[in-house]
Design a protein. Structure first.
Length: 177
């Protein structure tokens, strides 16, 4: 999945500023770089509850082989929302782009994936361990609730990059996943 390429690229310059589309590599290469610690980048997850009420929350997202992973306590609003409706967004500010990805997040229970992602979180300074079909650690964000935490895989089908440094512009990428 690391070689994920868009099936469609759209220039979102609807007012005629003359901007060009960005190559997906501009976003992908920055998303794929593992920061030195898990909280080095601020990711924001957007979900919608069963009654249609939107919710946004910061998460410690981790890119792994073309998908993102994050944890969430089973009693949190974001976990309850994802249980009812897996459609969601993930947004992040990179060095020269604001990126918003749209897709679905589903709980992961496969032992091999849990172990791989827990090990990756450890490399970033969060002492995560697998506990049954979830992740545990001595600490997490206060809003995460008590351990253990569910692990989610976020698979995106669209991404929008908004240039915040030259060259500026806005590009939408669609993926066939």
């Amino acid at each position: 999945m690391a070689d994920l390429e868009p099936v469609k690229t759209v220039n979102l310059d609807r007012v005629g500023y003359g901007t060009q589309t960005f190559p997906w590599s501009r976003a992908r290469d920055q998303l794929a770089v593992r920061p030195e610690r898990v909280a080095a980048l601020s990711y924001f997850l957007g979900t919608v509850g069963p009654r249609g009420i939107p919710h946004a929350a910061g998460v410690g997202a981790l890119w792994d082989d073309g998908d993102f992973y994050f944890t969430s306590g089973p009693g949190t609003r974001k976990s309850r929302n994802l249980e009812a409706n897996p459609a969601c967004t993930l947004a992040v500010r990179l060095t020269d782009l604001d990126v918003t990805l749209t897709g679905t997040a589903r709980r992961v229970t496969e032992p091999a994936v849990l172990e791989r992602i827990a090990a990756a979180y450890n490399e970033l300074g969060w002492p995560a361990e697998v506990a049954g079909h979830a992740i545990t650690a001595p600490f997490s964000a206060p809003s995460a609730g008590p351990p253990p935490w569910h692990l989610y895989r976020f698979v995106f089908t669209t991404a929008v990059g908004l240039g915040i440094m030259a060259p500026e512009g806005a590009t939408l990428w669609r993926f066939d996943r």
